[in-house]
Design a binder for this molecule. Structure first.
Ligand code: GLU
Length: 505
């Protein structure tokens, strides 16, 4: 019976689905692995199943606790939760006992070949133009030879006896996949230091943890052949396999830092929202049937189907991620955004820590959020947008702003505005603690506009010199917003400074 049929016959779908995400803590959580974690979580949730998080840290040299911590932190940040947790380094005895069982049953054997012999063998095979594979030398060792080597304290590995024949499985995303075991030599399941090989640990764990679905990156397809052989011999039900396509850059090359692909921690630190990151990752090789692009993960759990995952490669497009992030930023309230932006404001030292808690500063930041929310793509851009509002004088004026200010009519506009503002300041008709609000700012601009009407100074000749004088730029937020952020006194001093130093009247 071919395997594909057997998989079907095993009626695994009747068992409650159990998915697993199995990161190796040899680095942080990258886009590709985060997407695998997310798809496993979505698939498990959508099928009322369970998700198991398994840290695959048997590569003792490369695994680090700090990576495990950052992976877990990033998963939690993305909103991915799990029902069970395991760490392979806590399970070394279990792999040993499975390996001993295979040894006792004659399915595996001890191999005493030295690394030098293996290296020579490989080079010899390669030089003849053949694929390299172990020549099964130690398969034939008699018990006396084995005991002698053991007495001599020779190091050994445990190898799996590969049976020749085809291996076929039905990938839930990619359809039928067939391998010939002719190209697979007896492979190591326990290394000479007693730790399990990757393929062996995965199969022991997937068996022990009763995993029903193995959903992982396409780069693991070739491992699947070895793993199926092991599953067969260990004697448990073979899980369903689903291999997700790789993620490429917009130039269709393998994804790298060059494409802006970082770890989730780095995205988080650059001001991407967890909602946006989850939204974007879910769209890498999958999309809801209605084509919707902006959503929360909780909205799509019920719409997620494994069979809707595409087998063509996904493209990582930072512009699209920025667009999605901007959309999620605009779904937040201004008060939520203030909390989200605060770490970035502090980091860039835009506002001195001592005054951050002051009510008037909080109101000022809140008004900045109102002014720049529509423009914001990543939270880390926010300090750059607002920094000019938190210093007394503008640090530099753009060339086009200077040009605008030097127009014949500009000085007049600024002088009238100063008068209006001084008048307002003296009138005490506004709340001094909170400064002007936007509508009061609008009133002032309207009055200035009325006063200049008969001289036909209007439109850009009215608005642009004011914006240029108050911000150093001719484009930016609406004037009432700028006035309400800066407050009357700061506006007046900026206007005067421009008159004296830029226009020079
Ligand atoms: N630990 C493997 C990795 O990080 C994943 C193993 C698997 O999913 O089977 O690539």
């Amino acid at each position: 019976m071919v395997l594909a049929e057997r998989v079907k016959n095993e009626k695994q779908i009747e068992r409650s689905p159990r998915f697993r995400f199995a990161p190796s803590p040899t680095g942080g959580l990258h886009i590709g692995t985060a997407r695998t974690a997310l798809f496993n979580w979505l698939a498990a949730k959508s099928m009322n199943g369970k998700l198991i998080l398994r840290i695959e840290d048997t590569d003792l040299k490369r695994s680090k606790e700090s990576y495990e911590e950052s992976i877990i932190g990033d998963l939690k940040w993305l909103g991915i939760s799990w029902d069970e947790f395991y760490r392979q380094s806590d399970r070394l005895k279990i792999y040993q006992s499975y390996a001993n069982k295979l040894l006792n049953e004659g399915q595996a054997y001890m191999c005493f070949c030295s690394p030098e012999r293996l290296e020579n063998l490989k080079n010899e095979q390669l030089s003849k133009g053949n694929d390299s594979q172990y020549d099964s030398k130690c398969r034939k060792l008699g018990s006396e030879e084995i005991e002698k080597s053991l007495r001599e304290g020779k190091k050994f590995t445990i190898r799996f006896k590969v049976k020749k024949g085809d291996i076929e499985f039905n990938d839930l995303i990619r359809g039928k996949i067939k391998f010939s075991s002719e190209i697979i030599g007896d492979f190591i399941i326990i290394k000479s230091d007693g730790t399990p090989s990757y393929n062996f640990a995965v199969v022991v764990d997937d068996s022990d943890m009763m995993i029903t679905h193995v959903l992982r990156g396409e780069d693991h397809i070739t491992n699947t052949a070895r793993q199926i052989m092991l599953f067969e011999r260990i004697g448990i039900k073979i899980p369903y396999f689903a291999h997700i396509s790789m993620i490429l850059g917009t130039d269709r090359a393998k994804l790298s830092k060059r494409h802006g692909a970082d770890t989730i921690t780095q995205f988080r630190e650059s001001g991407y929202l967890c909602e946006a990151m989850g939204n974007y990752l879910s769209l890498l090789s999958w999309s809801p049937r209605d084509g919707e692009e902006i959503f929360y993960l909780s909205d799509i759990i019920r719409r997620f189907r494994l069979e809707d995952i595409s087998k063509s490669p996904a493209i990582f497009d930072i512009d699209k991620l920025n667009w999605i992030n901007g959309n999620h930023i605009r779904k937040k309230t201004d008060l939520e955004l203030i909390n989200l932006c605060m770490p970035f404001i502090i980091k860039k030292d835009v506002v001195k820590k001592e005054i951050l808690e002051e009510e008037r500063i909080k109101i000022k930041i809140l008004r900045c959020i109102g002014a720049f929310k529509d423009k914001l793509k990543v939270l880390s851009d926010f300090p750059e947008y607002i920094k000019e509002f938190f210093i007394e004088k503008i640090s530099s004026y753009n060339d086009d702003a200077i040009e605008m200010l030097k127009m014949e009519t500009s000085a007049k506009v600024l002088r009238i505005l100063i008068k209006e503002m001084q008048f307002k300041l003296k009138s005490n008709k506004f709340n001094k603690n909170y400064g002007l609000d936007e509508s009061e700012g609008k009133e002032i601009i309207n009055t200035v506009g009325m006063k200049l009407k008969k001289e036909k100074i209007k439109g850009r000749f009215l608005y642009m010199p004011i914006r240029a004088s108050l911000t150093g730029k001719i484009h930016g937020p609406e004037l009432p917003k700028i006035i309400s952020i800066l407050g009357l006194e700061n506006c007046i001093s900026r206007l005067k400074y421009t008159l004296n130093n830029i226009i020079g009247t």
